[in-house]
Design a protein around this ligand. Sequence first.
Ligand code: AMP
Length: 397
Amino acid sequence: MKILVINCGSSSLKYQLIDMEGEKVLAKGLCERIGIQGSRMKHEVPGQEDYIVETDMPDHSVAVKLVFDALTGEHGVVKSVDEINAIGHRVLHGGNKFTQSIVVNEEVKKVIRECFDLGPLHNPANLMGIEACEKVVPGKQNVAVFDTTFGMTLPEKAYFYAIPKEYYDKYAIRRYGFHGTSHAYVSAETIRFGGLDPEKAKVIVCHLGNGASISASIGGKAVDTSMGLTPLEGLIMGTRSGDIDGAVIQFIANHENKSVDEVLNILNKKSGVLGMTGISSDFRDIEQAAEKGNHMAEVALDAFRYRVAKYIGAYAAAMNGVDAIAFTAGVGENDKVTRRLVVEQYLGYLGAKIDPERNDVRGKETLISADDSKVKLFLIPTNEELAIARDTQRLTK
Ligand code: AMP
């Protein structure tokens, strides 16, 4: 069975064709600048030179057509579209309607549309991707895999905001959590790789990338997660502030003569380690600056690790214990210093001990804790595309 995984942004489309026998990536690529001058597609097949197409892509349908042409044409990996069994789509927000991935029909599309308000940057693009596939390859099953479904098992005490209940009733304002596909995949993989109890294992997953979030799960089911109604809440990120006193929004709006929307844009796109340092949203740049003695770069990294540690502490308390902590995503998979400092500076009271030699690793499933650590520590690379493909296979078999 071959599954095409699609992740649409407003002007981009990322894809992977995965052969589910052996879970091998046959081809992957990226269409950029859709609807903007200078559109371009990069198509990669392992062992072959990259195939670049520079042509107008006025909308997502044209991009999807190019993707199918690339997959089946001269640089292709399948003879015809018929060999592709189904398409899995990453969809950001499923509101409180979807507790699982689902095969797309008119009703599903309606709900994705109703959630435009909750995911204004992503949901419209995700729906465009689905509709483009319906147009270009009619009859092929499309599956929507939501970033929010992992958070749907949160208990009420974890997902209710302490604001008037009418806002939940009217607008479904609650904590949802994001990076759900990654948290679900990594927590399951931690249990499998670590040989933990699949029903009872208490696992904390630290997804530390440009966007960053932490989840607590028991037996692979989320009990808490750090992002909220939107991905703004929780950790300090590349460009997002994470947790903040709401009054800061009012203060900046009043003093800088800005609207709430403008301030939210600052909190989402100009804050985090970028905002604190004025240097970059990329953690490698911040680390370089810190090494050269830039004070705010040091503070930003310190604050980032401190917030991670506070969430780990909170989630260990929420679950009344923790069996394993897994690090994943760009920083979590590649940055041994961040992993070591989080554990050594803050997690001693849990009996967590990192093994520096085991921790000297990148992007590979590894036990990084010492043998006498009371909590198992892991590096588990995330694979959201594979998680989407697995769900798509399960629902369309
Ligand atoms: P992601 O959003 O998961 O793709 O992660 C992207 C982030 O990972 C970037 O901001 C990089 O700063 C960070 N990253 C990648 N490699 C390293 C590394 N070796 N050390 C520190 N940060 C890294």
